[in-house]
Design a protein around this ligand. Structure first.
Ligand SMILES: N[C@@H](CCC(=O)N[C@@H](CS)C(=O)NCC(=O)O)C(=O)O
Length: 294
């Protein structure tokens, strides 16, 4: 019986006991092994490019990046001309996030990072939630000023910032990117992600948008991650997580995804590597339409 107790559960790696002190003595394997490391700071010298617009965005068209381009496109669509931006691509697969220029604006070496050059002194902002809040406060847009709506919007914004790492770094990593499948890890994170989808589904059953009847930065933070997941676009896990059963999440995903700013924002730093004017997006969208038609 004692032998049985020592056995790992089925499908779990059996041959690892953590050492007393962890050291980085081998590549961990998996999709992002080449860029992961246990230390911070720059690894190369490079100055970031600066365009002519008030906002300089250094990013990539991942869900965290799309939160910001969606917001900037919403601001422009709402007539806030001061929200013009240059979007520069940071190729995280090639380690651009570890250049000295990028680390200066985000010591955490992760996209997105924004420099607000609209005033006399440039202001760096990192963490997508902080960037959304900075822009919302600056333009007085997409964040209610009155309570309780403001508290509700900020609560869902912070919910996203706390929850998405379980989806991306937890579920997505172990389901799609880890070098081998670990049943325990996949079960743990599938359970959590389904719980999160249920949290959203229940909220969106009682309210049109996350903060209530108004579209806010909370929707802009959550949609790029959970909307993508709901449409089966994240980790090819749509069927596995039975995403179609979350009917209210589906309704809201279509609602936000149908917005012009969503269609524009999601191609920046992806299909469209750099954005310096509205015309860049117009052209890329027209080309995509033309390619579809042929
Ligand atoms: N909490 C951060 C997360 C940002 C993040 O994880 N960015 C990823 C891409 S989606 C990244 O830059 N990864 C590069 C790396 O980890 O080296 C935010 O919301 O801004």
């Amino acid at each position: 019986m004692a032998d049985d107790a020592a056995k790992p559960p089925p499908n779990q790696p059996a041959d690892y006991t953590p050492p007393k002190v962890w050291t980085w003595n081998k590549e961990s394997g998996g999709r992002f092994a080449a860029i992961n490391r246990p230390i911070a700071g720059p690894t190369s010298e490079k100055v970031l490019p600066i365009g002519e617009h008030p906002f300089q965005l250094y990013s990539l068209g991942t869900p965290n990046g799309v939160k910001v381009t969606l917001m900037l496109e919403e601001l422009l669509a709402a007539g806030h001309k001061g929200a013009e931006y240059d979007a520069w691509m940071i190729n995280i697969g090639q380690g651009d996030q570890f250049s000295s220029g990028f680390v200066e604006i985000n010591p955490n070496s992760k996209i997105p990072a924004l420099v607000d050059r609209s005033g006399p002194t440039p202001i760096r902002v990192f963490e997508s939630g902080a960037i959304l809040l900075h822009l919302a406060e600056k333009f007085g847009a997409f964040l209610p000023t009155g309570q309780p709506k403001r508290a509700e919007a900020l609560s869902w914004l912070m919910w996203q910032m706390g929850s998405a790492p379980f989806l991306g770094g937890g579920f997505g990593h172990f389901y799609a990117y880890a070098p081998f499948k670990i049943e325990y890890a996949i079960d743990r994170y599938a359970m959590e992600v389904k719980r999160q989808l249920d949290v959203l589904d229940r909220r969106l059953a009682e309210a049109e948008y996350l903060a209530g009847d108004e579209y806010t930065i909370a929707d802009m933070a959550v949609w790029p991650w959970y909307g993508l997941l709901a449409k089966g676009g994240a980790y090819e896990a749509g069927e596995f997580l039975d995403v179609k059963s979350y009917k209210n999440v589906q309704r809201w995903t279509d609602l936000v995804g149908g917005r012009t700013a969503a269609k524009r924002g999601r191609i920046v730093n992806r299909a469209l590597p750099e954005r310096h004017s509205a015309a860049d997006i117009d052209k890329a969208l027209a080309e995509a339409e033309a390619a579809k038609a042929t």
